[in-house]
Design a protein around this ligand. Structure first.
Ligand code: CA
Ligand code: CA
Length: 429
């Protein structure tokens, strides 16, 4: 079929069952044959199969090269003719995660940059717009080679997550699991401390670890134990670089390891905790967000991730006190409903003048929007600030009826429960 090799053999599921005659059965190839005709088989039409045993194939269309481990590298794609690279324009974690899933990982921790290959390969894709659920990057919206205009020194690479946090509703904490020999397993907590958590958090793409807990996210405990007696200094790039024992038995009298990592977003130069210049931890360093293109959708996601209520997006002139290592800014393109900033599209290579960068003020109380023409009456006292746990009660004057919630509660994320109340005039016969 023109592809250079296969990634995996598939039986049944993904492609469904065919109808019609079955031509080949009991096929045995060594892998070196030019075509299936040269492989051993029972003879054309001779088989003992049903369509439930139809096979599917997944031809290799991407590979990772030049990486320090098998979970990272520069991305090379095969278009049926030659291997080539991907331009960095709009290369974000959504795109990188599609690549990682092609290699059996769950997600990417870095949409990385790599130096161009020495053999000067052609750039085969640019402006990738993956939404995140595609099976291969070829399914993502992108610009074809004939229209590629790529101005970058580097090309696209990935670092895929071979560790994950599970059994928590928050993205930055959970039970730590590592991927070993094609299977996810847990880590035994003997000798585990903050240094080891620091390494795990960085490996997961977070800036640092906050604390260590044990057994909080213990789950059903059916996962195998992959690592024991892990000892890190805290500066290692991954857990594989730490002193450790690897194994697959269940002989751990300690609990399994939980990790709480620092969020990938923080506000600096803050007057208060809910207001400041936005910085995002991307590909191993803190980056500011460019003022150009900064909007309320982006600000909403930042405030949500920080655990605050609704957002006010603002732009600030950059001050001279900003450290050089955080000078780089990138262009954020959130839709507004993302759970965290890493779920947004972005362009890490965007030209940002750095004259203006993103600032935000997030609501740290529930805000009560009241329209002066609204005939809804507030029964409970109107307060200056509504905090989590506070509630308000509404009613309508005579001749009106209420739609929406008659009582609303200020929730822990500084948003109101229920639907805003509106009074409608009663229909008179
Ligand atoms: Ca993209
Ligand atoms: Ca934006």
């Amino acid at each position: 079929m023109g592809f250079p090799g296969a990634i995996r053999a598939i039986q049944r599921k993904p492609y469904g069952n065919a109808t019609g005659p079955i031509h080949l059965g009991s096929v045995r190839c060594t892998g070196l044959e030019e075509s299936l005709d040269s492989c051993q088989h029972a003879g054309i039409g001779v088989h003992n199969c049903s369509h439930g045993q139809d096979i599917g194939i997944d031809c290799k269309s991407a590979r990772l090269v030049d990486g320090l481990s098998s979970s990272e590298g520069r991305v090379e794609v095969y278009n049926g003719n030659a291997w080539g690279t991907i331009c960095l324009d709009d290369w974000d974690l959504l795109d990188a995660s599609v690549i990682c899933r092609q290699f059996g990982f769950e997600q990417a921790v870095q949409a990385a940059e790599f130096t161009v290959p020495v053999d000067g390969q052609e750039i085969l894709m640019t402006d990738l717009e993956c939404v995140g659920n595609e099976t291969t990057v070829f399914e993502c919206q992108h610009t074809e080679p004939e229209d590629v205009r790529c101005r970058h020194q580097n090309v696209a690479g990935v670092k895929c997550a071979n560790v994950r946090l599970v059994d928590s509703s928050k993205g930055n904490e959970g039970r730590l699991e590592v991927f070993l020999d094609g299977e996810w397993g847990v880590v035994c907590s003997n000798s585990w401390g903050l240094n080891e958590s620091e390494v795990a958090c960085r490996q997961l793409g977070f800036p640092t670890a906050i604390k260590v807990t044990q057994g909080k996210f213990s789950g059903n405990g059916s996962s195998p134990i992959h690592l024991y007696s892990v000892k890190c200094r805290g500066v290692e790039r991954d857990l594989e670089s730490c002193q450790r024992e690897v194994g697959k038995n269940d002989d751990c009298t300690y609990k399994t390891v939980d990790v709480v990592c620092a969020k990938r977003v923080h506000l600096v130069n803050a007057i208060s905790s809910n207001e400041g210049r936005v910085e995002v931890f991307l590909n191993g360093s803190w980056r500011m967000v460019c003022g150009d293109g900064w909007d309320i959708q982006d600000a909403t996601v930042i405030c949500r991730e920080l655990g605050f209520g609704e957002a006010l997006s603002t732009i600030a002139t950059i001050d001279r006190g900003v450290k050089r290592e955080v000078l780089a800014a990138f262009n954020l393109r959130c839709a507004g409903d993302e759970k965290a900033v890493i779920d947004c599209r972005y362009d890490a290579t965007s030209d940002c003048s750095l004259e203006e960068v993103a600032e935000v003020r997030c609501a740290s109380e529930c805000v009560l929007h009241r329209d002066s023409s609204n005939v809804v009456m507030l029964i409970s006292d109107e307060q200056a600030a509504y905090l989590p746990g506070d509630s308000v009660e509404y009613a309508c004057p005579d001749g009106y009826h209420l739609s929406g919630s008659s009582e609303r509660l200020c929730r822990s994320d500084f948003t109101w429960s229920g639907v805003p109340a509106v009074c409608h005039e009663d229909f008179l016969y």
